[in-house]
Design a protein around this ligand. Sequence first.
Ligand code: UGA
Length: 439
Amino acid sequence: MAMIARKCPEVRVTVVDINVERIAQWQSGSLPIYEPGLKEVVDECLNRNLFFSTDVDRAIAEADMIFVSVNTPTKTFGQGAGRAADLQYWEKTARQILANSTTDKIVVEKSTLPVRTAAAMQRILDSGPGTVKFEVLSNPEFLAEGTAIADLQNPDRVLIGGHATEAGRRAVAALVDLYAHWVPRERILTTNVWSAELSKLAANAFLAQRVSSINALSALCEATEADVGEVARAIGMDSRIGPRFLNASVGFGGSCFKKDILNLVYLCESYGLAESAAYWQQVVSMNDWQQDRFVRNMVGRMFNTVSGKRVALFGFAFKKDTGDTRESPAIRVARQLVEERAQVVVTDPKALKNAASDLRDLGDRVIFEPDPYAAAAGAHAIALMTEWDCYAALDYRRIYAGMMKPAFVFDGRNRLDHQALYEIGFNVCGIGKTPLSDL
Ligand code: UGA
């Protein structure tokens, strides 16, 4: 919304939320999330044509176009628990829009939703007594965290799904006009509503599937002395495959991949497509296995016990350049290490607050330390969980000097210089690589 405000100065954008504290933070210009470049965009537009408010009813009443971006987490109860999307906030919002509208509205689905949710939205909106007309569009978001501003500024494509009626076409044209302020027309793709809804789930499923595929191969590399980096490079140079999203890792995290794939699995099952469901389920299962395998390998290498040993986790965010820790592999790894009775020390440049909240039930078994040198002091092992650039630039000689020996580095992102670490004296284990170790 901040980018729309920046690029369309004649449009008044009001962002509303029921969370009073968050809205106050946005209003004050001190942002509640870390995202490179976002503050500059907000600062430019704040109180010019970008406003934040908790008065949801009023903002609905005044709007011509409403982007619904409420959360659609995985259901934790009832039918489809653990897989289906929880649509309660979504439906509540639909009813709130209906209750507060006295003029026609275009309602844009921004949240990621199961295919055909727009039909339910339309039915709720059409259930009112009045003459107000609503047109529902699907406009899924493809930005990634950490690179959100660049992704919004220069998107590969913008996808808009609408109905093939006269009113549907008019609504699609209005939204196209908004994006056309800065996105070349040929990159604005218009489809039917269901294709747009499904494309969002499909894009995330394909991206996650690439990570799970290379991670599946990483285990085979470790067993055969093939190097997963070399394999990724070799296959990525095939222009049909392409080089991106082939970095083997401790596993993918983030609020979207797992949730969206589970949603896709549930959808497939609901339509009786058991094989399609099982196919996508395996992408998530492989990801869980990769994280478990990482911890198993750590324990195995450290003489089958980490009990009482200090282990420093470098990074806790699910990827670099964000403070977001949702579904971060570091959560699962930290929990399993604590189960093995290790003393875990977490360090991260932006995610320590979220990390402390994710692991608060573990009490003093986990320490949170902003300084990576202090985190590693007295540790038996370092595990790189997030590929923050700052961790590649540390003085590992100094770190080695302060650690227990033999000292281990488990590089869950293959981002450190393994040969250099080995020459310092570390035992080094990457993902999909033969360990460098004298033990
Ligand atoms: C993802 C998609 O990339 C966006 O297009 C989408 O809009 C977004 O989800 C969403 O649905 O909101 P995001 O979760 O921010 O974006 O982050 P990604 O860059 O996709 O990374 C996801 C996870 O995969 C991270 O944990 C990352 O470290 C991991 N990953 C990624 C790998 O392990 N290896 C790779 O080669 C690439």
